[in-house]
Design a protein around this ligand. Structure first.
Ligand SMILES: [Fe+2]
Length: 327
């Protein structure tokens, strides 16, 4: 091995040198000590022998993207030792050219020992949250046999719409915020569990009194959410809960201030509620309900366009049309 390259192995921190295809060319004594792998066993093996599912795939993709551009990269991994024990490492990797060949020099330091099972990868955490919120939403609306399909469609359309809206207007929305909107969209009508069945599924028009009861469902929904929140009292769901609250409370507000329950107007209505209100109405119009005929897609889109600036955020309708027309 090139002498300059060999000099890196003299560092006090753990050092791993790999070739361009991430096969181990050499490691130093600190690497052996920290990982419990013996140098001679692992020469030629892939550097991923210490990899675990607890490091998010986005960490690996950002690392690969930087290294492919021959740029350095730093980050934190949750790796495993030869005995399977987890450990937390801060690593910086530098591409280095010696004798016309590229190598990657990884220098890392053990941050702490981790009891197995304490760490949940970001994607796994997100998927657990998604499943729990879906179960909750379906349980609250279990009286409606078609609810699961409606909620799933609302969630899928919300995901498409938030990304299209964010890209089209270059809003720079945070990934976790957008993910919270997608997860929470499924909860928008949990308050319907507090509305009597005879009113909720009544064929034909509602009386004034019945309408007032139906229009209480956002407030009932927030009550349910707050009860759940006080039980959970866990930062695990904190962001989801505040986004969910906005959606549940405000998905029937209208852009022109004539909605309910608080008659919010324009951008006073949280973005997450403006998104879900468009998607929810579109899906309700294009589905069969006891009190209405099914509309085709063109009729529903014509209604949304007609309500642009009245019920709905005009920019949101433009973004929504762009995703439906592309489909
Ligand atoms: Fe609703």
């Amino acid at each position: 091995m090139n002498e300059t390259l060999r000099a890196f192995l003299a560092l006090t921190d753990a050092v791993i040198i790999t070739d361009e295809r991430h096969h181990i060319v050499d490691v130093n004594a600190a690497y052996e000590r920290i990982t419990c792998f013996e140098r001679k066993q692992i020469l030629g093996a892939r550097a991923s022998i210490v990899k675990t599912q607890f490091t998010s795939s986005s960490t690996y993709s950002s690392m690969h993207a930087a290294l492919n551009r021959k740029q350095g990269w730093s980050g934190v991994f949750i790796n495993k030792k030869s005995n399977g024990q987890l450990w937390h490492s801060s690593i910086s990797i530098t591409p280095y050219q010696a004798d016309g060949t590229w190598y990657y020099i990884g220098v890392f330091r053990e941050l702490e020992h981790l009891p197995e099972g304490i760490y949940v990868a970001e994607e796994r955490r997100s998927s657990i949250q998604g499943v729990l919120l879906k179960v909750l939403a379906i349980s609250c609306e279990i009286r409606d046999p078609a609810i699961e399909e409606h909620l799933t469609r609302v969630q899928q359309l919300t995901a498409q719409l938030i990304h299209a809206h964010n890209n089209r207007l270059s809003l720079g929305l945070d990934h976790d915020y957008m993910q919270s909107i997608v997860h929470s969209s499924i909860m928008h009508d949990i308050g319907k569990s507090g509305v009597p069945e005879g009113i909720l599924y009544k064929p034909g028009p509602l009386t004034v009194y019945e309408r007032q009861i139906v229009e209480m469902h956002p407030l009932i929904g927030v009550d349910i959410l707050e009860k759940i929140n006080s039980e959970l009292n866990d930062s695990f769901f904190k962001d989801e809960m505040s986004v969910a609250r906005n959606i549940i409370l405000h998905h029937h507000e209208k852009w022109d201030g004539t909605g309910y329950p608080h008659q919010l107007k324009g951008e006073e209505i949280p973005l997450e509620a403006r998104i879900v209100s468009v998607v929810d109405v579109f899906d309700a119009l294009t589905s069969r309900r006891p009190y209405k005929e099914i509309w085709n897609q063109e009729q529903a889109l014509a209604y949304l366009v007609e309500q642009k600036g009245k019920a709905f955020d005009p920019e949101m309708i433009t973004s929504f049309l762009s995703i439906i027309r592309q489909a």
